[in-house]
Design a protein around this ligand. Structure first.
Ligand code: GLA
Length: 383
């Protein structure tokens, strides 16, 4: 990938560029909890975005996306200069969010590529945002800390992509540490690294290769449901800032005042916040069976209460149970993408072979893709 980028940069712009990389992420548990002020348990992976960047002394950005058939886009740094291609909005958004915070930046030339599978729930978009946020901060010596860089990526999603996401993906992409997962409190941004090397188990992703067409922005709708319920509970319990602060008893108290759909969404979130805590305690005593049970619990909740699963993901989850996999669930926002599976070493080969064959037989298309998880470092400059 780096060779390709180097050649691309030489062909389009010539001269010397600096190289930056930022990873995608996995998440062991804690899904749709981040924008509810709750806890998540992500880690950066060995797949990401790499960009060659060179300041060009103008106020224009010239960008080539190798993965998009070398599409070339040029744009200015004013709000009115927003580029058309979807991928370019991420780079533009990062520039704009830096400028809004008082960062003095200018134009640059860039060629970039990535190997995070698109739409697989591993957050290729956060990898892209973090790459450019990290790089521009470095190249223009802006002195922005990594917490703010994560918020710049998140604000890019909110203001230039239209997804009202939480902070998990950008945080993991920037703060990732090889061999470690991190427990992140998404309200305070306090985080703690957990070395993750489960002896006797592997973490593996199975990619449905399905990316469902999402109408009406169902992700933002989930978030709105959560915020409505939190606001209703707050009337009785002013200390409840986010659903993270609510209990199932509080939810029951307001049940008659909220829609049944909002009730289901909130129930999932409150239970999920609890599951993250259970997983933390279990990890500290090396109890992977409990971790696995919680993962199945998350899947059940995401499928039945939060309704962000799909037949292909549910099928893979059922298969995991059938093959005695310790834990399995849909990972990331949902609506397609991957399951994350915690599987005993001795069951691994059988499970992977069975999953591939049965998935293909069921859905009559390609088999599911398999990605072994390698937990890696976060955003960095490559020498
Ligand atoms: C997406 C969002 C994250 C998070 C997850 C679900 O990846 O970008 O902020 O909400 O979905 O946990």
């Amino acid at each position: 990938m780096i060779d390709l980028i180097q050649q691309g940069f030489a062909a389009h712009f010539g001269g010397i560029a600096s190289f930056y990389a930022s990873p995608g992420r996995i998440n062991l548990i804690g899904e749709h909890t981040d924008y509810n002020g709750g806890f998540v348990f992500p880690g950066a992976i060995d797949k990401g975005i790499v960009a060659a960047i060179s300041l060009n002394g103008t106020n224009r950005v010239c960008a080539v996306a190798i993965n998009m058939q070398n599409e070339y886009v040029e744009f200015g740094l004013e709000e009115a200069d927003e580029p058309q291609p979807h991928w370019a909005k991420y780079i533009f958004g990062v520039c704009r969010e830096i400028i809004k915070r008082g960062g003095k930046i200018g134009g640059f030339d860039t060629v970039f590529a990535g190997d995070v599978p698109d739409g697989a729930g591993m957050s290729s978009s956060a990898a892209l945002e973090s790459t450019f946020a990290y790089a521009l901060n470095d190249l223009f010596s802006l002195g922005i800390d990594k917490f703010e860089l994560a918020k710049i990526g998140q604000a890019t999603e909110h203001n230039y992509v239209g997804v009202k996401c939480g902070i998990m993906d950008q945080f993991a992409s920037l703060f990732g540490k090889a061999g470690n997962l991190m427990l992140l409190d998404c309200r305070s941004l306090e985080h703690k690294y957990y070395p993750f090397n489960p002896q006797g188990y592997k973490l593996v992703l199975l990619d449905t290769r399905v990316k469902h067409k999402l109408v009406d922005n169902p992700y933002n709708k989930r978030r709105e449901s959560c915020e409505r319920v939190a606001a209703t509970i707050r009337l009785k319990h002013p200390e409840v800032e986010f659903l993270r602060d609510a209990s199932l008893d509080m939810l029951e108290e307001v049940k008659s005042e909220i829609s049944s759909e909002d009730y289901m969404r909130a129930k999932y979130v409150i239970e999920e916040v609890e599951r993250v805590m259970t997983v933390c305690a279990a990890l500290e005593r090396g109890d992977y069976e409990t971790v696995g049970q919680c993962m199945y619990g998350t899947h059940e909740g995401m499928s039945k209460l939060y309704e962000v699963s799909c037949p292909e993901l549910d099928f893979l989850n059922d298969l995991a149970r059938k093959y005695n996999v310790t834990g399995s669930r849909v990972m990331g926002g949902g609506f397609g993408g991957c399951t994350i599976n915690l599987v005993k070493d001795e069951l691994y080969d059988n499970f992977i072979a069975g999953a591939k064959a049965e998935y293909k037989a069921q859905f009559g298309k390609e088999d599911c893709k398999v990605y072994d998880v390698v937990i890696s470092d976060g955003a960095r400059r490559l020498d």
